[in-house]
Design a protein. Sequence first.
Length: 489
Amino acid sequence: MNPASDLYFSDVFGVAESDLDEYGAFNVSLVVDLPLFIDPFLLFNSQHPPYQALHTLIIDYLKYLRDQSLAGQLNDGRLRALFCFSEVQQNWLGFSQTDNRGRGLGMDFARALADNLNKLFADFGNENITRSSHLEKLCLIRAGVGRDMISDFTTNLIKRFLCEFTEGFAKKHLDPARCATFSVERVTFYPATGTWAPGKYLLPKNGSDFVLLTPKDLLTKDDTWINKEDFIREYHDIPTAIGDAELRDRIDAYFQSVLPRRPTKKEEDEAVRKTALQFPVLIDYFIKHKEDTGDEAERRSIAKVEASMALYIRQFGQLVEMLRTTEFYREPLASKDAALEKVRFLKDVIENKGGHRIFYHNGQAIRKEEDLQILYRLVWHRTRFDVSREVNDGRGPADFKVSVGATNKTLVEMKLASNTGLRRNLEKQVEIYQKASDAPTALKVIIYFSQAEQRRVAAILRQLKLDGNPDIVLIDARVDNKPSGSKAA
């Protein structure tokens, strides 16, 4: 079978990409999660009434949780029942990058949300500054709560809509033989009883499981519109929007009191977080600014999704198709030989056969290690080896572990030459991971996009006496040293 023939939903189910595009659905990979997320702000800001209703549904659920907290009803059992959700792995979106098995929302998230119901969310439904309540408030001040958790929570709360959206496409475009009726857990919440109920839907069947499609206009990449990084970066501009001069002075005095002398960036960020907890009005004014510029959120989301489609679907798919005509998919017995062979094939295609073009969009290099890792996982599609990512065997995660059985295993680290921690990684990281996982061998793959990056890597390797090491593979993705006919657009 053509290895590139079943990477994406359109391939597997025999539908045209144009059908998905016209319906408004993203063409997900059914091999590896893609790093896209549902942003609840896009529900709020939409002019589409069903989306606005979904945002109201989310806020109503948070109000219910707040009222349960005020009534003293949130013991551990209720926290698990109301706050903890499995990842909706069937939408093939998120953070995993190995397959579609994420962590979901456990008790850490449950307690983080519960702890703030009577603080950040105390005025839900009665806002005086913002036009609405926003779940994303939680990620502004709570460490460890980021876009993936916000997206997972949102996805679970709108799962009924996603099932109905997918069912509509399936009935219109898919062969009935490729669909089945599935009972989907926790799609409807009944406040009167405080319970979730399942529902039955006709959905695309992928093996023994189903697939959920997601509307493109709900997705974003990199971060939600309301996010901690923007809040910290824009913090010093927020108080100017507060009309009360006395309150502004109190906020500044408190901020200065918790800010150490000659603070590091980490210490300054922590001072911002503490001040926001002491004066939640700062968060409200920041969110008001985000609401007022909401149209920009939609524009950026569209651009990011289009760029993701170009990279993950069209460009990565083209590379897999190029590899199909080589011996790339013939596999040796040893995991190290297989891993090294695939790296070398990738190196040859990228350096000598125009494959470097997949790493460029609108003339700009795509410098994200997660993209390189997604590509590496895609080209292992249909392998007999187990290829797992973010293996954490006690001392931290490696990028990949390639294995057959308990002893035939190899670790693979994928790094960009621009990574500021590259030297440290080359010195220690993979060896530590190797010992923790009992993998007898390890490979390090480094990709560079400029002559300066190439020189930096070469210098580090010389300093560490690693130049010429056969287990370190450099991949040249420069565009300025390739024949003109293969230059990226």
